[in-house]
Design a protein around this ligand. Structure first.
Ligand code: SF4
Length: 285
């Protein structure tokens, strides 16, 4: 049986997530005392488990008061608020800031334009840690919107920012709505290209295959989006977190001549490789 496996060109770890995981693992090797992550470092249970095996555990904001001066807290790629950073500093614990530089740049804009008197508008999901973090840099004064249709009155000076994983159409709709309501408008498309690149290559590959396998954490919003895109092109699309979730009867079915593989931005290479190996292994049986 011949079978072709096509792996999407942009699949798996994005720059910011890879950097955060590497910074954490490297720092932990050198540090003798406890290293914690503020929230799960990334949306992938296998990676979180592997970090726990290395002695790196997650805490949440309610645990900050318990930190000791010799502890270290890693700020994950989504970033956090200045208030949380202050609370950690007050305990004497060290901070390793693994906020993705693209997110840091949005936080800086939020702070700068808030200080210059602009009303900050963030296009995104108000409950997402990245948005909560950005809002913290403008004193939690931002209006968080889905697509701008919620807005009916604004002050004269408005600065529009977007969550890095936001849809371009929502950002554009908001920008237009704000331009109708305010005179002095600054709008920054702060959507990260990693998201679009993953979506474009998943879209392309899923149009060409009989079976599409999307790998990623069930909590990961970018993985869910990849699944939706692939499912629209290929009705035989499977969303799995790791190789254990890929049933033998799916991997081994001879009717799949061409199989596509993609993965969300929180999926490490080793999990992708295990899935590809299983699909290849089943080819030869
Ligand atoms: S998706 Fe973009 S902004 Fe978010 S962590 Fe990855 S590289 Fe950074």
């Amino acid at each position: 049986m011949t079978r072709q496996i096509i792996v999407a060109e942009n699949a798996g770890y994005c720059f910011g997530v890879k950097r955060a995981v590497e910074m954490t693992v490297e720092y932990n090797k050198k540090k003798k005392s406890k290293v914690y992550t503020l929230g799960p470092l990334i949306h992938n249970d296998d990676v979180v488990k592997s970090l726990e095996e290395q002695g790196i555990f997650r805490i949440n904001s309610n645990d900050i008061a318990e930190l000791k001066p010799e502890d270290t807290v890693i700020i994950r790629s989504h970033g956090t608020t200045p208030a949380i950073i202050d609370r950690i500093r007050q305990t004497g614990a060290s901070i390793v800031d693994a906020t993705c530089p693209y997110v840091t740049s949005i936080q800086r804009k939020a702070r700068k334009y808030y200080q210059e008197g602009y009303q900050i508008v963030i296009v995104g999901d108000r409950s997402h840690p990245e948005v909560i973090g950005i809002n913290g840099w403008c004193n939690n004064s931002a209006l968080v919107v889905k697509d701008g249709s919620e807005l009916d009155k604004l002050p004269n000076k408005v600065c529009v920012l977007s969550q890095t994983t936001e849809k371009l159409s929502n950002y554009e709709r908001t920008r237009k709505a704000v331009s109708r309501l305010a005179k002095d408008v600054l709008a920054f498309n702060t959507i990260c290209s990693a998201t679009g690149e993953r979506q474009n290559s998943a879209d392309q590959v899923s149009k060409e295959v009989d079976l599409m396998v999307v790998i990623g954490g069930k909590q990961s919003s970018n993985t869910k989006k990849l699944y939706e895109i692939c499912r629209a092109n290929c009705s035989n699309t499977w969303l799995i977190e790791n190789v254990r979730e890929l049933p033998d009867w799916v991997a081994g079915d001879p009717k799949w001549k061409t199989i596509g593989v993609t993965a969300g931005a929180s999926t490490p290479d080793w999990i992708i490789a295990e899935v590809i190996d299983k699909l290849k292994e089943r080819t030869s049986k």
